[in-house]
Design a protein around this ligand. Sequence first.
Ligand code: UDP
Length: 275
Amino acid sequence: MRLDFIRQGRIGMEAELRSRQTNAQPEKKPERVDILGVGVDRVSMDDAIRRVRGFLSGNGPRMIVTADSAGVMITRKDPELLSIVRAADLVTPDSSGILMAAKLLGTPLIERVSGIDLAQEICRLCADVGLSIFFLGAAPGVAEAAAVNLTGKFPGLRIAGTHDGFFTDDTPVVEEIRRSGAAALFVAMGIPKQEKWIAAHLGELGVLVAIGIGGSFDVFSGNVRRAPAWMRNHGLEWLHRLISNPRKISKVAHLPRFALMALRERLISRKGREG
Ligand code: UDP
């Protein structure tokens, strides 16, 4: 009964979103650029927001992946993850390393569309039309703290529920999300766990869109500080992550190899053109 009520409310909001889009162009799929075997969409933040707005007014469920350099290296070696990323409805360029590699490979992307920024835009979008979001992931208490801070930042934002990311049985968690009536789902359990979890359950969650956002709840909750803007703008976010949490070394260790592989690909393609 309660679920019906929530769903009727949600359908009303989705209709409102749809009616706001009546003058919009039909949804066009962005070009997918190959970065060392992993497809990343050529989208600006505005394009990504438009896509998400389309997802929220559609019939769902859609999946968004945010790809950074370490993520590309992990994905290349994991066929299951690679097919999940290939099937994703939107793959955004999450790091400056991805932008640099794309430029080097002669297929430049537009700008960085990080998961942490896109998640906030989704909060803004949902608050604007009254749709709710479920927060799944991070240590116990962190998603709740993130929810409190984000509802302060985006007045009108409705959090359908929260759950930590350390559980052994998926079934009750899937059921909790489904019963919450959430339109969107943030999953912050790190790559590749979050992508595999979303892909395994997307059809049962009842959400219109789900996105994996790594350690973003730790930042939203105030437990972890995000790299300052100058570091982000100079491609040094990895250094900030490493200084704040030396255990991140395994992810950061992918970066030199990522850069070398991009350089090698560039040399090979140059030789191919010259020869
Ligand atoms: N995490 C989780 N469940 C797990 C493992 C990790 O919820 O089983 C959370 C962890 O607490 C952290 C996030 O996932 O909040 C991982 O963040 P990280 O920055 O490592 O992810 P990345 O963005 O590098 O993929």
